[in-house]
Write a protein that binds this ligand. Structure first.
Ligand code: ZN
Length: 198
């Protein structure tokens, strides 16, 4: 069933593999790309190729970076005794935008989800545990407020508490089911300030 050239069909197919892009959006994007000036298309494809080639995981917190350490982990101005655990680099960015958090982060790249078959070994938990041998005062769990985020928070708490390190969870100011990425900065800051011990 080919309405267009096979090139467009292929482009639509590739775009529809992206998260949140259905068949209709993929088609709209494909037409948009075809209509873009050539230089802009070259810039876009180069940005994708370049990012994929150069971006890697921070050795410390596992967020995306193009150096061994991300700017946050590399900064002596940050308080490295406080580790906030988030699900995605997007969540990290959301907290950074509040400009109020002075600690460091740990990015799990997912959450435990028995339904989706994602277990503790499928997210960056081992890397988190390896960081706790050092001088850490508190692990602030800021996973999303949904079933997966809650399951992950409980799991982390059970692992970390026996080490004698304080574990807290961001306050319930964040609406249930809320993805941290879409919550405003004031709400996020309040959630952080109002965190409770686990
Ligand atoms: Zn880092």
């Amino acid at each position: 069933m080919e309405f267009y050239s096979s090139q467009i069909t292929n482009l639509v197919e590739q775009l529809s593999k992206l998260p949140g892009i259905g068949a209709k959006s993929a088609q709209r994007l494909a037409f948009h790309i075809i209509n873009m000036p050539k230089e802009q298309v070259v810039t876009l494809t180069a940005a994708i190729t370049d990012a994929k080639a150069r971006v890697r995981y921070c050795k410390e917190c596992c967020t995306y970076t193009d150096n061994e350490l991300c700017p946050i982990c590399a900064s002596p101005k940050r308080n490295h005794k406080y580790i906030m655990v988030v699900e995605t680099p997007g969540n990290l960015a959301a907290y950074e935008k509040t400009g109020k958090y002075e600690g460091v982060y740990h990015v799990l790249h997912g959450a435990i989800s028995p339904m989706a078959g994602t277990g503790p070994d499928d997210i960056r938990l081992r890397e988190l545990m390896a960081r706790l041998n050092g001088d850490v005062d508190e692990v602030i769990v800021a996973t999303n407020k949904n079933l997966e985020g809650d399951t992950t928070a409980t799991y982390i708490s059970k692992l970390v508490k026996p080490l004698g390190i304080k574990v807290s969870r961001i306050a319930s100011g964040v609406p249930a089911g809320g993805d941290l990425e879409y919550i405003d900065e004031v709400t996020l800051y309040r959630a952080l300030e109002g965190r409770t011990d686990m």
